[in-house]
Design a protein around this ligand. Structure first.
Ligand SMILES: O=C(O)CCC(=O)C(=O)O
Length: 324
């Protein structure tokens, strides 16, 4: 599976593309099983701490269980979310995650967009948007708002992948089409949910497209495509994963150790998101560089958890200081 020329054109012209059936239901299953096991372990810890009673909704399906936990005990729900999202959101680093990142139909599609040498961006996130989760809605932004400015001219492809059908009601994504070719828009820090936010008056003008999509489809976006998602008003948890990939020429920290990272260094010498570890997904000339072993993958991720190397960021103004 790869992207057809028409699909590539749509991605380049509109800044987004949806392709269905990149993961079958069976191929989503290992990740759902691993996430369920993590929920079970976290419930056991919360019970030991006296924060959760007997009821852990073990018989509820994956789609609704975390929502039921949130409804019964918001504090426990928030703790389970933190366990899933971990440090910066990319804390989940089990075999099922590495397999998901290396899923060959997806990697072939990425190859159509960035070429055959592919870096997995450190910034992958699991987002269980449970009803009642206060940081579920993500305001309008471009992913480049989070990356350092010298990466604006590099294509970093975001793949947004729902693990359950994503609908308007459960908080699917919205994108602004045709808005990725005019560079970065002003963002503010401390927007809705604590995220970066583009103010209403700075938003590019096209009408937003609502991207409802079945589980296992992939929404491909560029790092300059404005997108947002809103509240989940259903009982279904809108589970999704967002992965990012770039060409090996784009700034990355593959061969860098975080203890050698100096936040005072000239930002143009840094990875696009220097706070977490990038990894090689595909290198046809040097396949030995590809991260295929779970221990190697975990080592890369944990290096950065042990030595947090914060991104100097872009110096956006806080939204509280926005001029009227
Ligand atoms: O999943 C969401 O609701 C927001 C995702 C997002 O903003 C992103 O992947 O950059």
């Amino acid at each position: 599976m790869s992207l057809t020329p028409t699909e590539q054109r749509q991605f380049n012209d509109l800044g987004y593309l949806v392709k269905e059936d990149i993961y079958t239901h069976a191929e989503l299953q290992p990740l759902k099983v691993a996430l369920t096991a993590l929920i079970d372990r976290t419930c056991a810890t919360l019970q030991e701490e006296g924060l959760l009673g007997e009821e852990i909704f073990a018989d509820e399906p994956f789609e609704t269980r975390l929502g039921a936990l949130f409804k019964a005990n918001t504090e426990a729900g928030e703790r389970i979310n933190s366990a899933i999202m971990g440090h910066g959101g990319g804390g989940f680093k089990e075999q099922a995650m590495l397999d998901f990142l290396r899923h060959s139909p997806l990697v072939s599609c990425i190859e159509s967009l960035v070429g055959s040498e592919i870096i997995g961006s450190s910034v992958y996130r699991i987002r269980p948007k449970a009803p009642g989760y206060t940081r579920g809605a993500v305001p309008w932004h471009q992913d480049s708002g989070y990356f350092l400015p010298h990466c604006d001219s590099n294509l970093i492809v975001t793949c947004w992948i729902p693990l359950v059908d994503a609908t308007i009601d459960n908080g699917c994504l919205y994108v602004l089409p045709n808005s990725h070719q005019n560079g970065i828009v002003r963002h503010y820090t401390g927007g809705q949910g604590g995220y970066l936010e583009i103010a209403e008056e700075d938003l590019p003008k096209p009408e937003p497209i609502v991207v409802e999509m079945p589980a296992g489809s992939v929404l491909f976006m560029s790092n300059l495509t404005p997108h947002a998602s809103f509240e989940n008003t259903t009982d279904i948890v809108r589970w999704s994963i967002d992965l990012r990939y770039e060409h090996a020429d784009a700034p990355n920290n593959i061969d860098e150790h975080p203890k050698d990272f100096d936040p005072e260094r000239d930002p143009v010498t840094m990875a696009c998101y220097p706070g977490e570890g990038d990894f090689v997904i595909q290198d046809p000339r040097h396949p030995e560089r590809e991260v295929t072993d779970i221990e190697d993958f975990q080592e890369i991720r944990m290096r950065y958890e042990r030595h947090p190397a914060r991104s100097p960021g872009r110096g956006w103004t806080p939204i509280s200081e926005q001029q009227a």
